[in-house]
Each structure stands twice: as structure tokens, then as C-alpha cells.
Ligand binder design. Structure first.
Ligand code: C5P
Length: 316
């Protein structure tokens, strides 16, 4: 009698090819306020920031690649041309670091990045992409739950990447340390935002270098807030401590803040991160759309988008 043939599970390639494509949103990160509270001996600064994530963002897609292809990145979307060398992209570095840390033997993976957020613009585009890559590959490689390992990989890639790792689970967080101490924030109203970038790529280290002046105190929100106008008041009592330095390098940022501030129903206009993107805060989605329309009309060269907190956040 001939032996019963082993069931054919296919070779590795067939098994990998059967895996579904994973599509992971990479929400933009907005610093509603950003205090610089100290400087560490490493040269990095201690931050205190209330961070929200938006519906608007990039997208990372992971799919199986041919054997021997390695980590392969392609980019599309309105800002794909502004990305530098693909091999040096934070997405590829995230994939490589995660592969090393989780000791992957098979790293043949195709990554597609759809770049909708302006590059080097203070809304964490690169960090969000890296974090989305880590989340997607953790699923793709079936890494199971090792949040500490994922967090560690994220932090090696940049100070903003760990906060972006949790961007889908929670739409808002309080951030301290160099960006790596992340804690829940009190409940906030479901705010609407208009994001404006004047087309200036701003280098974060240059902005930190240009900053002079002292340090601010930490000022985390203590209590839940229900009304957007009350949130705007609380934020107005805080600041983005990188604004003056960013304006000294790119004076147009002052024009962006003024233009946002001048739109009807804008409750607060401020820069995010190290700029140059600024946001306007609105209570009503219609007001945010109207403001975005006006700004597009007045400043056709600027990138203007109305958005809101991402889906993970509690809607009213
Ligand atoms: O960590 P990441 O590469 O995103 O930081 C870019 C630069 O921003 C750092 O080299 C540093 O100059 C500055 N930075 C800082 N303090 C932080 C975060 C960033 O001084 N907390």
C-alpha cells in the first residue's frame, strides 16, 4: 500500500501569497498645545503636549512580495514626490527595525505608502507612517501582543513615533518626556479642525536650535471639557513654545495663523509641532468647511484641509 500523501500546504510562497492585504491608516498628529519644559543632557527637550489625531492621514498598505525581494516600498498620493530616497524612508526603517527586533526570517514584503500629508510639516506625517507600518507588520507577521517591543522599536525611530503608535486606539493623549511618556487625557469635545500648510518644509532640529528663551511649566488639562469654546479658552492659556522660532525661520507661518484666526467662527489658531502646518479649531463641521473654502480662495497655493478627530475618538 502506498503511503498516504502529506496534505499539500503549498510552499512558503503560496502560504504568504494567501495572506490578505493589510491597510492601516496613519492619522495626522496635532499638538493642541506644546510646552517645552526642560532640556536633557542628550540635547533633546522635555515636552508637555496635548495631542489629538485626525481623520485625515496617510495610508500604509502591506502585501506579500516575491521571495528574495526584501522590504519594498512604493509611494503614491499628492505628496509622494516630496519624499526622498525610498530606502531611507522612515517606513522602510520601521519595517527593518521591527524585522530585526522580532527576528523575522522572511522579510519579503511590499509596502505602499499613500502620502496625503505634507512632508516635514509638524503634523507627524513620517512618524504616523512609521507607527502605521509597525501596527500593520505586527499583524502581518503575527507578532502577537508585545506592546513593549513595538514601543521600543517606535522610540528608536523618533520621539513622535510612540505617541502615533496608539493613534487609532485613542484619538487624544497627554504627552511628556521627549514624547515617549504617553498618558490618557480627560475627555474633550469632538472638535473640527482646519489644517493649513503654506508649502514650507520645516526642519524640526533647526526649529529647536533657533529657539531661545526659558522653559514653560507643564499644564495638562485636569478635567473633562464638554464645550469646544471652553477647550479653546483652556488652550489659549497655553501655547506652542516653538512658534516664535518657527516664524523666525519661515515668516509665512505668522500669515497662516493670522489668516486662520480671521475666518468666521475660528475659536483658536495655532501652529502644530515645529510647523509649518497650523490649525484652526472649530465647534461645527460646517464652519470648518466654510473656513477651508475661504482660505483656499484667498491663498490658492496653500494646502488647506478641513478634518476632525479620528474615528477612534468618542463622537457626541
Ligand atoms: O526624534 P526625532 O528625530 O523626531 O527628533 C528630531 C529632532 O528634534 C531631534 O534631533 C532634536 O533636535 C529635536 N527634538 C528635541 N526634543 C524632543 C523631540 C525632538 O530636541 N523632545
Amino acid at each position: 500500500m502506498s503511503p498516504t500523501p502529506e496534505p499539500d500546504h503549498g510552499d512558503d510562497q503560496t502560504e504568504i501569497a494567501a495572506r490578505p492585504l493589510i491597510r492601516e491608516p496613519a492619522p495626522a498628529k496635532i499638538n493642541l498645545y506644546l510646552h517645552i519644559t526642560d532640556r536633557y543632557p542628550s540635547g533633546y527637550h522635555a515636552l508637555d503636549s496635548l495631542v489629538v489625531f485626525t481623520r485625515l492621514g496617510d495610508t500604509v498598505e502591506i502585501s506579500p512580495a516575491e521571495k528574495g525581494r526584501g522590504i519594498h516600498l512604493t509611494c503614491d498620493g499628492p505628496f509622494a514626490d516630496d519624499l526622498g530616497d525610498n530606502n531611507d524612508n522612515l517606513v522602510v526603517r520601521a519595517a527593518q527595525k521591527l524585522a530585526d527586533s522580532s527576528k523575522q526570517t522572511d522579510v519579503d514584503v511590499a509596502i505602499k505608502l499613500t502620502k496625503r500629508l505634507p512632508v516635514a510639516s509638524g503634523i507627524g506625517g513620517g512618524s504616523a507612517d512609521a507607527a502605521a507600518t509597525i501596527r500593520a507588520l505586527a499583524t502581518f507577521w503575527e507578532l502577537g501582543g508585545d506592546p513593549a517591543m513595538l514601543f521600543d522599536v517606535a522610540l528608536q525611530l523618533g520621539a513622535d513615533v510612540p505617541m502615533c503608535l496608539g493613534s487609532r486606539a485613542r484619538g487624544v493623549c497627554q504627552v511628556g518626556g521627549i514624547g515617549d511618556e504617553i498618558s490618557p487625557a480627560p475627555a474633550l469635545p469632538y472638535v473640527h479642525l482646519v489644517l493649513v500648510n503654506p508649502g514650507v518644509a520645516q526642519s524640526t532640529p533647526d526649529v529647536f536650535k533657533a529657539r531661545d528663551g526659558g522653559f514653560s511649566l507643564t499644564a495638562p488639562l485636569e478635567d473633562p471639557i464638554e464645550e469646544t469654546a471652553v477647550l479653546a479658552e483652556a488652550l489659549a492659556a497655553r501655547s506652542n513654545d516653538l512658534t516664535d522660532a518657527a516664524i523666525s525661520l519661515s515668516p509665512v507661518i505668522a500669515d497662516v495663523i493670522a489668516a486662520l484666526h480671521a475666518t468666521p467662527s475660528c475659536l483658536l489658531a495655532r501652529m502644530s509641532g515645529s510647523g509649518a502646518t497650523c490649525f484652526g479649531l472649530f465647534a461645527d463641521p460646517g464652519d470648518a468647511e466654510t473656513a477651508a473654502g475661504l482660505l483656499r480662495e484667498r491663498h490658492p497655493a496653500w494646502w488647506v484641509r478641513a478634518t476632525a478627530l479620528n474615528q477612534a475618538f468618542r463622537e457626541p
